[in-house]
Design a protein around this ligand. Structure first.
Ligand code: ZN
Length: 323
């Protein structure tokens, strides 16, 4: 019998027997290359009449979570907490999630990502805005939650502002701390250099706010000191619906939420950051409102449920913010 017919009759008889389908691929290679894991460029959801776009500035794999989260704990306890939540103990993924609020009247961008000269595999904000159909010159306000490089690195690209027509809003204490000449040396030197290049040149277009300070109608500041001296979270409300833009008050969806008292290496004032974390997590769980947090897994939006002991549990948003 001809070999092709032989193969065909074999396939038919296999099908007749209910065997798994055969492929007729002639090559050992798939038609598309293996490209590695990827996230979405952006996600859009709504809060009342406001529309919020979360941009994926990039994701970064790092090692040794215990050197960032729970630095006042035994390293093995941090590993145990990670593994109990189906996470590896030796590696983690860090997201960077600037968000844009469209109030219907203004476009308000919160933070600018790492920028072109920032961490590898990040600095995607400008490209993601393009993908989402957002023109940078249409942005009315840029809010700076705090002055760490992963939040202000994208404000300028070689001296050209990301949002050329925008005014800026920043916490008064945050600007005062980082723009001071005292920051030029020591552990703050690197961030201070980026502040001088990206933040200070926009000073004349800047509004400095305190607790409850308004950005635009429906968006106001909430003091969330600790991560940095003037770190601010932002309360957003439209038609009775609310969301908190939390910036860096709680950066790991398991380790910071289940163990809010654990110290975090990046928090400048460890005890102050714990107090802020407890205060905001308590408010979020009591009021049952959503929040977005810059470094949580993209799109970094969800709810807070009271958990065991001092802890809380992150409940990722599914379709609540699509309705
Ligand atoms: Zn950050």
């Amino acid at each position: 019998m001809h070999p092709l017919i032989d193969r065909r009759s074999m396939l038919l008889s296999a099908a007749a027997l209910g065997a798994a389908a055969f492929t007729t691929s002639r090559s050992a290679e798939a038609a598309a290359p293996i490209t590695g894991p990827t996230g979405s460029p952006y996600t859009r959801y709504k809060v009342g009449e406001f529309e919020i776009t979360a941009f994926n500035d990039g994701t970064r794999v790092t090692g040794n979570p215990e050197k960032i989260f729970g630095v006042n704990q035994k390293p093995e306890d941090v590993g145990t907490a990670a593994e109990a939540n189906f996470l590896p103990k030796d590696r983690m993924v860090n997201s960077f999630t600037p968000v844009l609020v469209n109030t219907g009247k203004e476009l308000v961008l919160f933070d600018s990502g790492n920028g072109a000269n920032g961490r590898p595999a990040t600095g995607q904000l400008a490209a993601q805005m393009k993908a989402a159909g957002v023109a940078a010159e249409d942005i009315d306000v840029v809010v700076i939650t705090h002055c760490h490089p992963d939040h202000i690195g994208g404000l300028m690209d070689n001296g050209a502002p990301l949002a050329p027509k925008a005014r800026y809003v920043i916490g008064e204490a945050e600007y005062a701390f980082w723009s001071s000449p005292d920051r030029a040396n020591g552990p703050t030197a690197n961030a201070a250099k980026i502040v001088q290049a990206n933040v200070v040149p926009n000073k004349d277009k800047m509004t400095f706010v305190k607790n409850e300070g308004e950005v635009v109608s429906g968006i106001r500041a909430i003091e969330a000191f600790g991560h940095t001296p003037g770190h601010m979270a932002w309360h957003v409300e439209s038609q009775g619906k609310r969301i908190l833009i939390g910036a860096d008050f709680c950066n790991h969806y398991v380790l910071s939420m289940q163990h809010p008292k654990w110290h975090v290496s990046f928090d400048a004032d460890k005890d102050g950051a714990v107090a802020t974390r407890l205060k905001l997590l308590d408010m979020l769980s009591a009021d049952r409102i959503p929040f977005t947090s810059y470094h949580m897994p993209f799109p970094a939006v969800g709810f807070v449920e009271k958990g065991a002991g001092d802890g809380y549990r992150f409940v990722p948003a599914s379709y609540q913010l699509m309705l």
